[in-house]
Design a protein around this ligand. Structure first.
Ligand code: GRF
Length: 203
């Protein structure tokens, strides 16, 4: 049996890129059905870019600061770059920049995000502190398709994490990140294997 053509991934990061690293590591397995063709960042000094370079992946960065034409023009440039690589799936991995509606529409059904809460609870930023402030006993992380509304869209997978006595935002974030690193590569595998239906998901 011939090897299945791997799903091509464009991974978009703004920070340290530990989720990117989990995906890079997953891709090393010979039976993993995906490969990263682009690591992109809106932050020129993002640690994720170094991770991409170290792994021998094409990395690109365009600063959004002062970009002529604003968000739409910026996202058009990012889309062009992604298209150039032939990516099948756009993976937001700590991409701390709102994407425009036209970007979402361009990649609809082929654009996923990970968020460190059990959506629809705790959308937006500072979610670990928000979970602590709310006194929830369990929180977690969510992988979902991206729609124009932030941190919404059909949920593909979630992992549940306990909130423990004495937790602060940092300890809770670390516990959740461990699960993020587990479920994000898993979801990408499922998508590559055709086990996630965007029709069923309503988009
Ligand atoms: C993760 O918690 C992710 O869920 C959130 O931003 C963080 C990124 O971490 N959107 P990293 O850059 O992957 O280490």
């Amino acid at each position: 049996m011939g090897k299945v053509t791997p799903l091509k991934l464009a991974v978009l990061v703004s920070g340290g890129g530990s989720n990117l690293q989990a995906i890079i590591d997953a891709c090393k397995a010979s039976d993993y059905p995906a490969e990263i063709v682009l690591v992109f960042s809106n932050q020129l000094d993002a640690g994720g870019l170094d991770r991409g370079r170290t792994a021998g992946i094409r990395t690109e960065a365009i600063s959004h600061k002062g970009y002529a034409g604003g968000r739409e023009a910026y996202d058009t440039a990012v889309s062009a770059l992604i298209e150039e690589t032939g990516a099948d799936l756009v993976v937001l991995a700590g991409y701390l920049r709102l994407v425009s509606t036209s970007f979402v529409q361009r990649w609809q059904g082929r654009l996923i995000n990970i968020h460190p809460s059990l959506l629809p609870s705790f959308k937006g930023l500072h979610v670990h502190q928000a979970a602590l402030d709310a006194g929830v006993k369990f929180t977690g992380c969510t992988v979902h398709y991206v729609v124009p509304e932030v941190d919404s869209g059909p949920i593909i997978a979630q992992a549940v994490v306990p909130v423990l006595p004495g937790d602060d935002a940092g300890t809770l974030a670390q516990r959740i990140l461990k699960q993020e690193h587990r479920i994000y590569p898993q979801v990408i595998r499922w998508i590559a294997e055709g086990r996630v239906s965007t029709n069923d998901a309503g988009i």
